[in-house]
Design a protein around this ligand. Structure first.
Ligand SMILES: NC(=O)c1ccc[n+]([C@@H]2O[C@H](COP(=O)([O-])OP(=O)(O)OC[C@H]3O[C@@H](n4cnc5c(N)ncnc54)[C@H](OP(=O)(O)O)[C@@H]3O)[C@@H](O)[C@H]2O)c1
Length: 330
């Protein structure tokens, strides 16, 4: 079977394709024929070698969907032929985040390979309404958006930042839950697509540096109930301005970089909650998938590449300004 490995961290050229022996499932394990994988912002950190303590010679990508090809002894959760997807961590079934999760591409190999053996508990059945490409797209970004929205209800206002993977899922889930969405982007064409996806108002964060104030004004001065904060310290000052008293800023990402300070008094004065989001557990993704089924939500896919073109897919993901997930068909 063919598998990608990061032989030399630093650039995309560090990835090689190797021919490796087919793995065999042990007791409680299954062999998955992977059919699709999807990229996240974090995957660029992996190949650059920026993840401390990451496994050497690692197989990239955390998000996958496929079919059960073989089952090991004592597996009752799945049968051969079942369509499955993974969840983001290999060992966080539910409950509070416990700080010792097994993470693909850090502690163990990821999914950019033709076949992979995992514990049957590391997989979920994939909703019938999704293709493999759509299933893979949901794993990290979909779970994170769902976790970041937890508690949002009909009539609430949600503010999303930019048109990355997490933000697009946040728009889709928030609309399914009956919330109003204010979205930001730096690009007018993407703005039109955010509106098509369901955003009620779109603000350009490049031409309107006070987009947080503007979002608050759009709520009649009350503020938004939830901010899906993917920008980090660079965008926090505006997120703090946008959030309503007793609202929540869900701390998700660092798209604006890791440098910068946050004004403690501004946070205090906002009287809002600031909640860090660690992606989510298997049970968080299970909840999200119920909504995906019920509302027939389909992830936005920007482009699909063949397995042998994975490096071109990574380049496109990083430099091609995609709108939606960049997916690899295996
Ligand atoms: N905590 C967690 O569990 C978790 C899970 C998943 C992701 N994350 C993090 O969340 C962030 C988003 O991930 P992703 O996969 O959705 O990223 P992505 O798909 O790579 O997002 C790219 C988009 O982000 C927008 N963007 C870039 N810089 C921005 C800024 N300064 N302000 C507002 N928008 C900006 C741009 O939108 P426009 O082109 O529309 O301007 C860009 O197209 C990343 O930092 C990622 O590491 C965290």
């Amino acid at each position: 079977m063919k598998t990608y490995r990061l032989e030399q961290p630093g650039s995309i050229d560090g990835f090689v394709i190797r021919e490796e022996a087919m793995p065999e499932p042990g007791p409680g394990q299954v062999l998955v024929r992977i059919r699709a994988t999807a990229f996240n912002f974090r995957d660029t950190y992996v190949y650059k070698g920026w993840i401390p303590g990451a496994k050497a010679d690692v197989v990239p990508l955390t998000d996958a969907a496929g079919e059960i090809a073989e089952i090991g002894r004592d597996v009752r959760r799945f049968k051969v032929g079942d369509r499955v997807m993974n969840y983001y961590f290999a060992n966080w079934i539910g409950g509070p985040f416990n700080f010792s999760p097994e993470q693909y591409t850090v502690h163990q190999d990821g999914w950019l390979t033709e076949y992979k053996v995992v514990d049957a508990e590391a997989l979920l059945p994939m909703p019938e309404n999704l293709s493999f490409e759509e299933g893979a797209s949901l794993v990290c970004a979909g779970t994170t958006a769902w976790s970041a929205l937890r508690g949002v209800g009909a009539g609430d206002t949600v503010l999303t930042l930019g048109s990355g993977g997490v933000s697009l899922f946040a728009i889709q889930f928030a609309k399914a839950m009956g919330a109003r969405v204010i979205a930001t982007t730096s690009n007018a064409e993407k703005g039109a697509r955010l509106t098509e996806l369901g955003a009620d108002q779109v603000l350009d964060y490049k031409t309107n540096p006070e987009w947080g104030e503007q979002a608050k004004a759009l709520t009649g001065g009350r503020g938004v109930d939830r901010v899906i904060e993917v920008g980090g310290a660079a965008t926090m000052p505006q997120s703090i301005k946008a959030v309503a008293s007793a609202g929540q800023v869900s701390l998700v990402g660092i798209l604006g970089g890791i440098e910068g300070a946050v004004d403690y008094m501004a946070m205090f004065a906002s009287q809002a909650r600031y909640q860090a989001i660690p992606t989510g557990s298997r049970s968080d993704l299970e909840e999200a998938l119920r909504v995906v089924r019920q509302h027939d939500i389909h992830p936005v896919i920007d482009s699909t590449f063949d397995f042998d073109d994975a490096k071109a897919a990574m380049t496109h993901f990083e430099n091609g300004r995609p709108f939606g997930k960049v997916v690899i068909r295996h």
